[in-house]
Structure formats: structure tokens, C-alpha cells
Design a protein around this ligand. Structure first.
Ligand SMILES: Cc1cc2nc3c(=O)[nH]c(=O)nc-3n(C[C@H](O)[C@H](O)[C@H](O)COP(=O)(O)OP(=O)(O)OC[C@H]3O[C@@H](n4cnc5c(N)ncnc54)[C@H](O)[C@@H]3O)c2cc1C
Length: 636
């Protein structure tokens, strides 16, 4: 496990040095100053590919900037780095004209957002087709010659699911919005279009996507292929929004257009297909009328949060819990349509003009009780205390006061031993105090509120498990969290805040962690099953705080060996399955069990149906990667 991590680190370090030499300080300054982008996808190419960079370039260079930030400056400046943006990324054309970065040996290196996985591709094994016909020729050539072509989207997946050193295809040039159909309420896009691009294209038409994950820089191909999800007890994961797709397959079947009606289960396997059945070139998704949401943030005690969960799940369209380890506090964030506020929810009750009442949000309702400065004070104070104890780091008050929540938390964590429970407890306490003062209401377009700040570079592990139905939720959501928090706190796991808990309804895609099984019956009703998603994290220090990489390695080891293992152990009886983009399977004995558990959770029927689909659409397995091999290959 450590060896694998070291290899990834070496690539990342090599990459950061290369980028360090090439990116202008002006660009870095602009990037840091605007803090506009979620970092995502890095391509270091010495093979003339740079001119082909288009839509993902800004995001790519933004990640480069975040990696550079770890090493490019002196110790004191390098603490500043990018984080996931709260309000979504708008990449205009000029931003896309990114710097060409050449590592000089003709190879291509791709690094995921958290810097936890990277892949190095030999010259000539990374392809970026410019047109769909180029993609089709490439896939056909790969099929005939057995050449590897694993598809990659924005490369955001925390486990680097798209990575395969044998050969990859990037879709970023295929990012057209093809059709917005107001009658059918659908949008058809090329699979390389990013979620944020699709939202922007829908905006002038008064439309938007039904739900988002916490970021919007995924490509639509990656977004649906891993079954990304947001939150809402009646809202399924995002693969369920797909109504039609075009799959370019490395098989005699070539290009296959699929809908639920024409291909039934094959369609459902292909939309959440992990890039293993073909390369999605076009995807049609459901859309909904654009709407503003009212977001309410409150902090409850654990007892209150437990008691109120079933009511809140039913009352609110979107709801997430952020449990703070070692603190009797749960941050509860709810979102509801501005024009359809629950009567027992936030806002002011007024006459609805039909003899009844309704809720609206007034200026007075959104008046924050504390100023931003007052909200951030607990974090700033802790930072000041820690700085006093670290003579190597100094930050002037202006800089400190200019730092946002994410920056402050990252720096506070990194200034201590991130594996020391006492240090983590202090950070979590300051974070709780921040949230208590940040309670209140906001009203914004849905795409802005459904995304949120995910914090800095981190290890993340997220599991999903069934918790009854919308009508009758089981006690599983709370039982699982009770057990997890008890174990964390009694065994002193340095668990940073938050442990995030979200809910969705089920997906009919058989590979979805929120699937209730393989259903040949077209009428299967998915609307009532309820699933809970729980994500744990451990943040990673930036490279200036960890020049040797040892801290990251120790954190990696603690995360995998203690924290993830604990979740797996406790989760067995709840029927957990890991999010596909967060499933880490290395080569050790325990990892064989991880793959076996995924197989057993999916069941032999789903495994054999997916393998049959692979035999049909990728008989030479040119799309595969080690994770898919470990879970699905018959020899396993
Ligand atoms: C900061 C952050 C926050 C996140 N928040 C959430 C969240 O709230 N909810 C959630 O569910 N996930 C979340 N994720 C995970 C993320 O949503 C998924 O990893 C993501 O959807 C992947 O999109 P991508 O374009 O980066 O795909 P990649 O990571 O590049 O690829 C993912 C998979 O899709 C396949 N693929 C990509 N493009 C195609 C294509 N055109 N055809 C066929 N297969 C393809 C790849 O082969 C691979 O198997 C988060 C990740 C980060 C870094």
C-alpha cells in the first residue's frame, strides 16, 4: 500500500516540479486571487498535444497551480492553495488558453484532484480525439489491434478510476451542447461537456439539471459512469437522469445508440458502466425548470439530529448532515424550492391568497446574525495560537483576515500533527464554533447551493447502504453513525470534520451502490427505496509542509489501515457498498476481500450480466483497468 502511494507521490512531485518551471507567476497570482476553479485534470505532454487543449485546460492548469503551490514558493507563501469553489466554476474562453506544459520526454502524466493517484502514459498512448469520427476510428483501430483505450473525463475521481497506464482517451474536446429540448425536458450533450458547462447552457432557457454532486467540473461521461449523487430522499443518483446515450464500442457492434426502451438492462448497465462497456460520446439527460433554493444551515446536538432525521428527510427536498467527530454537534443543511417551502420549514408564514398560508423568505429572514468576520473568529483565533508555536511560519494579519473557511481549516490542520487526536479535536471544536455562528438562510439558484466547499486535498472513502423506504426509513442511518462515532471516539481515530451523510432514492442502474438489484421487469418502481451515503475523510498536508512526503504517507496508512477498515467492519451488517469513484483496491490480501465484498454486494446475477455486456461490447478488454479487473474478472 505504501509502495503504491510512494509511486504516486513520485509522479506528483515530478509533475509539480515540471509545472513549477513552466507556469507563470502571473497565472498563479490570477488563479489564487480568483479562487475560481475547482482543480481537476493535469496533462503534462511532451508530444505536441498542448495545442489541442481546449475545454479542460483551465481546470487542468488550475490543478497544476494547486500542486505547484506546494513547492513553488518559499515556505511561508506555499500555504496558500486552491480549493473546490463554493459557487461553481465559470471558465471563460480566455481562461481556457492555458499554458503548455512539457515534461520533455514525450510522456503524459495525469494526476487526480487530490494528488492521491497519478498515471504516466508512454508517448503515443494518450489520445484526445477532436471529433466524434476521430473517436470512432480510434476505438475501431483499438479493437482491431487490441490497443488499450480507457476513457477519462475530468480525472476527478478520488481513486483515479479512469487511470490505466496501458492507454487512455481524453474526451475534453468533445464537449458540445447538441440539443436542448424543452418539450421533452432533456438536454443532449457530447460526453466531454462538463456539468458546469451544461448548467450554463441551460440557464438562458430557464432550465437546469435536477441535482448535482458537490462540484460541477466532472465531464458528463464521468459523472454518470460512476453514478455520482447529490442528496435528497426522493431524488435518485445522477445516472438516473440519463434517458439516452451513444456508446462507441470496441466491438463488432461499433456505435450503439441506447434508450431504456430499445435496450432495457443493457442501457442501464451502460449509463453507469465505469467506462467498461464503451466510450460514451453523447448523453441525453433530464432537465427541470431553473429554480432558486432556500438553504438553511442549523447546528443540532447529536440527540436532536437523531430524533429529527426522519421528519427532516421527509420535509426537505435536499438534506445533508455533517457530523463533527468529538463534538456534540451536527451541522444540518437543507435546501428547498423557494416557491415550495415546507410550512414547518424556514421563512415567514404569509397568506397564500387562497385562504391558506405559505412560507416565503423575507429580507429579515436572511439577515445573518453574525458578520463573516465574527463567524471566522474561532478559526482565526486557533490559527493565531498555532502560529505562535511555529517560528517557521508567519502570516500577517491582513493575509490571515483574507483567508476563507477552507484555507483556514487547511492551514490549521497542517500546522499540527494531523494524526494527533488532540490536534484534530481542537480543529473540530473551532469548526463547530464557526458553524454555530454561520447558521442561517441563503437564497440562490439551485446550481450554486447544491455545490459546496469540499475542503483541501484529502483521502476520501464513501459508502452507501439501504435504509428502508421514504415512507418508513429504517434506523440504519443513525445506528451506523452511532457505531462509527463511538468507535472513532473510543479508539482515538484522528477523524477530521465533517463526516458527511447524505441520502438518495435508488437507481435502476444495476452497478449503482443505490441499486436494489437487477430488475428485468421494466415496471420496477424505484421511487420509494431510500439509501444513505456516508463519507469519511482525512486531509493531506501541502508539499511545503511535507517535503519528504512522509506525512502524507503516514496519513494515507492511517486512513486506509484504521479508518476505512473500521467503516468496512462496521458497515458489513448494514450492507455497505463503496462509491465507485472512492473504491480503493490495492494488491494485498485484504484488498482481495474488498473486491470480493463488492462482488457479493452486487450479487452473481449483476456480475455475470455486466461481464456478458463486456464480452459483447469490449471482448478484448481494451477499456478495462485494474479496479474493474479485480472486481469483475472471472478468474478473481
Ligand atoms: C472535490 C470533489 C467532490 C466530489 N463530490 C462528489 C459528490 O458530491 N458526489 C459524488 O457522487 N461524487 C463526488 N465526487 C466524485 C466525482 O463526482 C466523480 O469521481 C466524478 O463524477 C468523475 O467525473 P470525471 O469527469 O472526473 O470522471 P473521471 O474521474 O475521469 O472518470 C470516472 C469514470 O468514468 C469513466 N468515464 C469518463 N468519461 C467517460 C466516457 N465518456 N465514456 C465512458 N466512461 C467514461 C472513466 O473511465 C472512469 O471509470 C467528488 C470528487 C471531488 C474531487
Amino acid at each position: 500500500m505504501i509502495a503504491a502511494t510512494s509511486a504516486a507521490r513520485r509522479h506528483a512531485l515530478r509533475l509539480s516540479r515540471t509545472i513549477d518551471q513552466r507556469i507563470s507567476s502571473q497565472f498563479l497570482h490570477r488563479t489564487f486571487a480568483s479562487r475560481a476553479s475547482l482543480s481537476s485534470h493535469v496533462i503534462v505532454d511532451g508530444n505536441g498535444q498542448a495545442e489541442k487543449w481546449t475545454s479542460s485546460t483551465f481546470a487542468a492548469v488550475a490543478l497544476a497551480a494547486s500542486v505547484v503551490a506546494c513547492g513553488a514558493f518559499g515556505r511561508k507563501r506555499s500555504i496558500v492553495r486552491l480549493e473546490a469553489s463554493n459557487g461553481g466554476c465559470t471558465c471563460d474562453k480566455s481562461d481556457k488558453e492555458g499554458d503548455a506544459i512539457d515534461d520533455g520526454d514525450g510522456s503524459t502524466t495525469i494526476l487526480n484532484w487530490s494528488g492521491t493517484h497519478s498515471v504516466q502514459l508512454a508517448p503515443g498512448t494518450y489520445y484526445e480525439p477532436e471529433t466524434v469520427s476521430e473517436l470512432i476510428s480510434l476505438v475501431s483501430h483499438a479493437y482491431q489491434n487490441g490497443i488499450h483505450i480507457r476513457p477519462v473525463g475530468s480525472a476527478l475521481s478520488p481513486n483515479g478510476l479512469a487511470f490505466d497506464p496501458r492507454g487512455m482517451v481524453g474526451l475534453s474536446n468533445l464537449d458540445k451542447i447538441i440539443e436542448i429540448n424543452k418539450e421533452d425536458m432533456t438536454v443532449t450533450v457530447q460526453a466531454g461537456a462538463r456539468v458546469s458547462q451544461v448548467i450554463e447552457a441551460l440557464r438562458p432557457h430557464g432550465l437546469t439539471l435536477p441535482n448535482l454532486a458537490s462540484i460541477a467540473e466532472q465531464q458528463i461521461g464521468g459523472f454518470v459512469s460512476v453514478g455520482a449523487h447529490g442528496t435528497g430522499a426522493t431524488i435518485p443518483p445522477c445516472d438516473e437522469f440519463v434517458t439516452a446515450l451513444t456508446l462507441v464500442t470496441p466491438s463488432e457492434h461499433g456505435v450503439v445508440k441506447m434508450t431504456e426502451k430499445t435496450h432495457g438492462n443493457l442501457f442501464r448497465l451502460a449509463r453507469l458502466g465505469l467506462g467498461g462497456l464503451g466510450i460514451l460520446s453523447e448523453v441525453t439527460l433530464k432537465v427541470v425548470p431553473a429554480h432558486r433554493l432556500v438553504e438553511q444551515t442549523i447546528v443540532l446536538t447529536r440527540d436532536e439530529a437523531k430524533k429529527q432525521l426522519n421528519t427532516l428527510l421527509k420535509r426537505h427536498k435536499h438534506i445533508r448532515y455533517m457530523w463533527i467527530p468529538y463534538e456534540d454537534a451536527v451541522v444540518v443543511v437543507t435546501n428547498d424550492d423557494e416557491n415550495d417551502l415546507p410550512l414547518l420549514g424556514p421563512g415567514t408564514e404569509v397568506n397564500d391568497g387562497r385562504g391558506g398560508t405559505k412560507k416565503i423568505v423575507t429580507e429579515a429572514d436572511i439577515q445573518a446574525k453574525y458578520s463573516r468576520d465574527e463567524q471566522l473568529e474561532p478559526l482565526r483565533n486557533l490559527l493565531r495560537t498555532l502560529l505562535k508555536n511555529d517560528p517557521d511560519v508567519s502570516i500577517d494579519e491582513d493575509t490571515l483576515n483574507g483567508m476563507g473557511f477552507g484555507d483556514l481549516r487547511d492551514l490549521i490542520l497542517a500546522l499540527g500533527n494531523m494524526l494527533d487526536p488532540d490536534h484534530i479535536k481542537r480543529c473540530n471544536k473551532a469548526e463547530r464554533d464557526f458553524w454555530v455562528k454561520a447558521q442561517g438562510l441563503r437564497v440562490l439558484p439551485s446550481d450554486q447551493l447544491l455545490q459546496f466547499d469540499c475542503g483541501g486535498q484529502q483521502w476520501v472513502y464513501e459508502v452507501c447502504f439501504p435504509v428502508g423506504t421514504y415512507g418508513i426509513p429504517s434506523s440504519g442511518s443513525i445506528d451506523f453513525m452511532d457505531e462509527l462515532l463511538r468507535e472513532i471516539e473510543s479508539s482515538g481515530i484522528p477523524a477530521p470534520s465533517p463526516i458527511e451523510q447524505r441520502w438518495t432514492s435508488s437507481s435502476k442502474s444495476p452497478l449503482s451502490p443505490a441499486s436494489v438489484g437487477f430488475h428485468d421487469i421494466e415496471t420496477y418502481d424505484t421511487t420509494h427505496a431510500l439509501f444513505s451515503w456516508v463519507g469519511i475523510i482525512m486531509y493531506l498536508p501541502s508539499e511545503d509542509k511535507d517535503p519528504t512526503g512522509y506525512r502524507r504517507e503516514f496519513i494515507t496508512q492511517a486512513f486506509k489501515d484504521r479508518y476505512c477498515r473500521l467503516v468496512r467492519k462496521l458497515g458489513q451488517k448494514y450492507g455497505i457498498m463503496c462509491h465507485w469513484a472512492k473504491l480503493e483496491i490495492d494488491d494485498g490480501d485484504e484488498d482481495r476481500d474488498i473486491a470480493a465484498n463488492v462482488r457479493s454486494r452486487l450479487g452473481p446475477n449483476v456480475i455475470s450480466k455486466f461481464n456478458a455486456a463486456r464480452d459483447k461490447y469490449d471482448p478484448k478488454r481494451v477499456l478495462s483497468c485494474s479496479t474493474i479487473d479485480k472486481v469483475f474478472d472471472r478468474k478473481q
